[in-house]
Design a protein around this ligand. Structure first.
Ligand SMILES: C=C1C[C@]23C[C@@]1(O)CC[C@H]2[C@@]12CC[C@H](O)[C@@](C)(C(=O)O1)[C@H]2[C@@H]3C(=O)O
Ligand SMILES: O=C(O)CCC(=O)C(=O)O
Ligand SMILES: [Fe+2]
Length: 711
């Protein structure tokens, strides 16, 4: 059966070039009880990435009950709804969609399918609503899980996917990372003259989404030739949307459907969408049964958590899959390129090929091997005096390198030595605000064994592998440097992603040389940042790279085992934002796992007082407000916020200078005025926390695997 969809007549240039097509578009309507439903589903996924489902088996009264309860929630006063806000990403949100500046004409609730995994924002959603709301949500989620696995089973059957249930089990298992979103597009006082953005154009990142709405129009999908078509609402049916992950797994045979919601009537719209996603650690790649020739594989492998994290770094309408295509597309934005480079190293993008002047040495792109400027020769001088005046132990002068068996290894060692901060990175514990637990655990695990080796033998042999995990921007590198400063150990600062990208092919040898060097310079600390890049990464071009990355990982595990067996003081301090990506073998070797969380209010206060001190004679800065409003901000976010506030007085001064025709000589330049409380308000409304979105996942990992302080 097909229904007819009208091409949208909406031609505001707010939206990307919507071509208008005169003839109506036919969208499949699939009766799930019909015998050829699976054939129709596959055809619909290939043609539109979108179809309507009838005879789905969900009780109509469950649909209306959930809708009624959602309406009641949205009708609550803002003071109550705000208790579940801002979303983290779960909870209640209004107007802002995601963390990167997208806005829409809506308010919404986002809930993890496993309600228990939600944050306190999730709990707050249900605090002022009757129990039946939560019960209806739970039953609805079960139904959605059932329907999404059924649709995927049909796809599996029709495409003869092997191994069986390869797709459907991803949404059935309890670890599935699915979520439910309830959107409310409030009614307007007047019928708008122009259509407005309800929810900007985008594709859904997951496998499939199941959408149901009331009978208000607004949903549009983009069909193959770029035309936007209106989807006629139908409160008793579901619409199924192919998401990016299913596009990848079918190697592009199914396309994730671009869609948006425009609001053109006075009437309010309410929609509920279940996003069926795979487990966070699931490796996503084209199914080999759908890609007989390896060369035809369009996407690199990634885990769902990698994709999700990358999605949260992008804007709603960005083409996210470009990051994972074998050949990155031409249209990546600069932010995307920086992220791409940082994650995957410096692979030239096609449009850069002509730019011969650009250095290709990783220096301009956030490639993390930029420490060469910090290389000093202090350890070469043999001074390994311990900081803070406790005991000064003199060590015999050491040559820069141990003897090597070949010129090749020596070259590698030389290259590596550029990544060594020798001696003292000069970061004091006191300069790291907060993180008291992490500091305490680190001092006990690394600092004390180096300072007082006598106590740490036999059963108390020091931990050799330590993992610092937590959201990005929380100070993991600073902590590692504080360890190196206090112990005056030789500090090897290595980014795992650059080991993988920069020394492709040689990376396994490089790890061997790194550990040789570390032993040579013991006591030493190897700081392996982004360890997940080694453990979960798979190469881009075919089999040989998979082999190489497997060997690299094995070599790292062997070297870490070697450390356990000796008394040499070589510590591996690994850091990751994606602890759940690490496999069991690596976790076993990183015996001590320390959470580096987002800063608590005290720590945030310390940072604000340090970065934005109130000046005598000026109006005191509202540090209390800053502390209260910056919940969920990481250390880096706070730095950005403070910079934004500090820019305001400079902007005022620059505006005065801009009006002057002559260039003001330096000695006559006006003084920059004070930061005003309104500058703080402005900075707060212009910046958003980027790191809090997965805070609950880190807590969960910490509960399951983390090291706690014994009281
Ligand atoms: C702008 C954003 C909102 C979003 C996360 C993102 O950074 C990019 C993807 C967006 C999206 C679209 C589909 C779903 O509504 C959603 C929950 C998802 O998984 O990806 C949203 C994200 C969100 O609003 O949190
Ligand atoms: O509200 C709708 O109908 C669609 C919303 C949507 O696309 C989303 O939440 O991802
Ligand atoms: Fe969507």
């Amino acid at each position: 059966m097909v229904i007819v969809l009208q091409p949208s007549t909406f031609d505001s240039n707010l939206y990307v070039n919507p071509k208008c097509k005169p003839s109506p578009v036919l969208i499949p309507v699939i009766d799930l009880t019909e015998s050829d439903a699976k054939t129709q589903i596959v055809k619909a996924c290939e043609e539109f990435g979108f179809f309507k489902v009838i005879n789905h088996g969900v009780r109509p009264d469950l649909l209306s009950q959930l809708e009624q309860e959602a309406i009641k929630f949205f009708a609550l006063p803002h003071s109550l709804k705000d208790k579940a806000s801002p979303p983290d990403p779960f909870g209640y949100g209004t107007k802002r969609i995601g963390p990167n500046g997208d806005v829409g004409w809506l308010e919404y609730i986002l809930l993890n399918a496993n309600l228990c995994l939600g944050s306190h924002k999730t709990t707050a959603v249900f605090r002022h609503t009757p129990a039946i709301f939560r019960e209806a949500v739970e039953e609805y989620m079960k139904e959605m899980k059932r329907m999404s696995s059924k649709v995927l089973e049909m796809v599996e059957e029709e495409l003869k996917i092997e191994p069986k249930e390869k797709l459907s089990h991803l949404v059935k298992v309890k670890e599935s990372d699915s979520c439910l979103r309830m959107n409310h597009y409030p009614e307007k006082e007047k019928t708008p003259v122009k259509k407005e953005i309800g929810f900007g154009e985008h594709t859904d990142p997951q496998l499939i989404s199941l959408l149901r709405s009331n009978d208000s129009e607004g949903l549009q999908i983009c069909v193959k030739d770029g035309t936007w078509v209106d989807v006629t609402p139908d409160h008793s049916s579901f619409f199924v949307l192919v998401g990016d992950t299913l596009q990848v797994m079918t190697n592009g045979r199914f396309k994730s459907v671009k869609h948006r919601v425009v609001t053109s009537t006075k009437r309010s719209r309410i929609s509920m969408i279940y996003f069926a996603g795979p487990p966070l650690s699931e490796k996503i790649a084209p199914l080999s049964c759908l890609v007989p020739k390896q060369d035809d594989c369009l996407y690199n492998e990634f885990t769902w958590s990698q994709y999700k994290l990358s999605a949260y770094k992008t804007k709603l309408g960005d083409y996210r899959l470009g990051l994972f295509e074998k050949r990155p597309p031409f249209s990546l934005s600069n932010e995307f390129k920086t992220f791409y480079d940082a994650k995957f190293g410096r692979k030239k993008l096609p449009e850069e090929d002509s730019n011969k002047d650009q250095p290709d040495d990783g220096s301009s792109n956030g490639d993390v091997n930029t420490n060469s400027s910090q290389v000093t020769n202090s350890a070469q001088d043999g001074n390994t005096g311990l900081a803070n005046g406790n005991v000064i132990r003199e060590k015999p002068k050491k040559s820069m390198f141990p003897p090597f068996d070949s010129a090749e290894t020596r070259t590698l060692a030389e290259s590596l030595s550029r990544d060594i901060i020798r001696g003292n990175p000069n970061i004091k514990w006191e300069s790291i605000k907060g993180l008291e637990n992490a500091k305490k655990l680190l001092k006990e695990a690394v600092v004390m064994p180096i300072k007082y080796p006598t106590y740490f033998n036999g059963l108390l042999t020091p931990w050799k592998g330590i993992l610092l995990f937590g959201p990005p921007g929380t100070g993991k590198t600073m902590l590692a440097k504080a360890v190196a400063t206090e112990c005056n150990t030789t500090f090897f600062n290595i980014s795992a992603s650059s080991v993988v990208s920069k020394w492709r092919g040689d990376s396994e040898k490089l790890i061997r040389v790194l550990f040789d060097l570390a032993r040579h310079h013991a006591p030493s600390t190897i700081f392996l940042d982004e360890i997940d890049a080694i453990i979960s990464q798979r190469g881009g071009e075919g089999r040989s790279e998979h082999e190489a990355s497997r060997r690299l990982k094995t070599e790292l595990l062997i070297q870490m085992d070697g450390l356990q067996k000796t008394n040499e003081l070589v510590f591996v301090l690994a850091a990751t934002n994606l602890p759940w990506e690490l496999d069991a073998a690596m976790l076993r070797r990183l015996e001590k796992r320390i959470l580096v969380p987002l800063p608590d209010p005290e720590a945030r206060r310390g940072m604000f007082e340090m970065l934005l001190p109130s000046q005598p004679g000026d109006e005191p800065l509202p540090h209390d407000v800053l502390v209260e409003k910056s919940e969920g901000y990481s250390g880096s976010d706070i730095r950005i916020l403070c910079k934004e506030a500090a820019m305001q007085p400079l902007r005022r001064t620059l505006a005065i200078l801009e009006d002057r025709e002559d260039v003001v000589p330096e000695e006559e330049l006006p003084k920059i005025g004070p930061i005003l409380p309104e500058d703080i308000d402005r900075a707060l409304s212009n910046t958003r926390p980027s790191a809090h979105l997965h805070a609950h996942l880190y807590d969960k990992f910490n509960d399951d695997y983390g090291s706690q302080i014994l009281k």
